[in-house]
Structures are given as C-alpha cells and as structure tokens.
Design a protein around this ligand. Sequence first.
Ligand SMILES: Nc1ncnc2c1ncn2[C@@H]1O[C@H](COP(=O)(O)OP(=O)(O)O)[C@@H](O)[C@H]1O
Ligand SMILES: [Mg+2]
Length: 262
Amino acid sequence: MKVTICGKGGCGKSTVTSLLAKALARRGNEVLVIDSDESNYGLHRQLGMELPGDFTGYFGGKENVLNDMMLSEFTHQFFQETWTMKDIPEKYYSLKDGVKLMVSGKIHQANEGCSCAMGTVMTQFVQNLRLAENQFALLDMEAGVEHFGRGIDNGVDLVLMIVDPSYESLQLSKKVGELAESIGKPFYYVLNKVTEDSREMMYENIWRPEQVAVCLGTDPAIMKEGLTGKELSEKPETIERLAEFLISLASKQEGSHVTGTV
Ligand SMILES: Nc1ncnc2c1ncn2[C@@H]1O[C@H](COP(=O)(O)OP(=O)(O)O)[C@@H](O)[C@H]1O
Ligand SMILES: [Mg+2]
C-alpha cells in the first residue's frame, strides 16, 4: 500500500511518518519511506539513518533530468519497467530495522533552480512501484498541496493528512479532502499535538470529522527527540493503532480503492 503523508509545515508529517514506519516494520512489514520534501533535513535523523544519495542522481543528476524533461517537452519516461523495493540501487537508500529510506533530492545550493526534476522522477517512480501486501510505501510530502498539482498522489492508494491545532490546518483539511476525492483517493486525518483543550475544537472544525483515524497528543518525549535531532524511540499507542488500521486496509485492498474506519 502506498500512502501520502501530507499537511501544513510543522504539523508533524515527518514525525508521524517515522513513528508509523517503525510501527509497521515491527509488525513484520517491509517499509519504504520516500522523503519527498526537498527542504526537509530531519527525516533521516528521526529514523536514525544516514541521508542516502538523491534519487535524481540515478538519472544523471538534477540538471540531466531537467534536460531530458525539456528536450522531450515534458513527456520523458524515466522508467521503462515496473520496479519493486528490491530494484532500488543500494546507493539510493538507507536501511534500518526493516525500514528503507530514499530521498527524491534536496536543495543543496542557492540559485540551483526549482525542484520539479525531483517531483517528476518521484511521481513516475511511485506510479511504477509495485508492492506486495506486506509492503508499505510512506511518502513524506512537502508542506501544502503542491504535490496534488504535481500528480504524485495519483499513484498512491491513500492520503493521510496530519492536522495540528491551528486554523490553517483545519482550513486545509477541506482542501486536501476535496483534492483527494477529486482523484478518487480515500483520505484520513491524523490529529497531532492534540491537548485536552484543543481536541473537541478540532473535531468541531475539521472538514470531515468521521475521517479522523487517530489522535496523537503532544508528547514531551517526542518533542525532546525532535528538538535534538535524535532517532525517535517512542512507541505511542495511537501510532500502533494507526499501523494496525493501515494493515487491515491493505489486506482488504482491492484494486486501488480502500475504505474503513478505525
Ligand atoms: N505529537 C507530537 N508531540 C510533540 N512534538 C511533536 C509531535 N509531533 C511533532 N512534534 C514536533 O513538531 C515539530 C515539527 O514536526 P515535523 O514532524 O518535523 O513536522 P513537518 O514534517 O510536518 O514539518 C518537530 O520539532 C517535532 O518534534
Ligand atoms: Mg518534515
């Protein structure tokens, strides 16, 4: 099952991705985490891994990818065949405890250009990736909804939006839900950094409260590890439940449509 993890900046996308990847792997699943946020420098640390090489390097680097795209008037196909998790070359992933991490590409220098090369390669990669029932790909997205515009979500089975207690997140819950529905993808919300005071208000203001999969509280241990760039070691019960939920959806998955509630 391929899952997009999205939401506004700082809502907890990378945190939930890391915790969820570990929870799925502990249950014997193979997990591929795809770092699709060109501005994110923390995900590999949260997973306790080294940063692997930019996947655009496999296609000769960002400049080459852009050239191929422009010369073909943006029709270039970077993948001739379908890929499985095993086909990812060693240079382009890190591996720890059943979790593989790959990185679309990072912005390394000022004035190096936009990130559409990474976006295009990843969109095509996700579309070409074939997974078995016990394999999960978690896509940690850049903030906002540009990924819907890029079309990367067309290749996934489910959209998971992380919603923190802010007006912006709650507004975005409608936009994300509508975008997911418009491409026929089921979506669920994960409420994050929830407190006693904010929980009820979040349920009242989110677009589709019935799509809330789980609620993760503000956890001082997660905050401390996040602040110091340490590997996340917490195993919140909420995330364990979320992992079980995704596993049950994956087992029911027929074609590309899945439904269900926690
Ligand atoms: N449930 C939580 N409890 C405490 N701190 C959290 C929680 N979720 C996220 N954080 C903290 O919030 C900050 C932003 O989280 P991050 O996962 O990097 O967000 P994003 O990837 O959406 O930008 C980090 O410092 C992280 O440690
Ligand atoms: Mg992030």
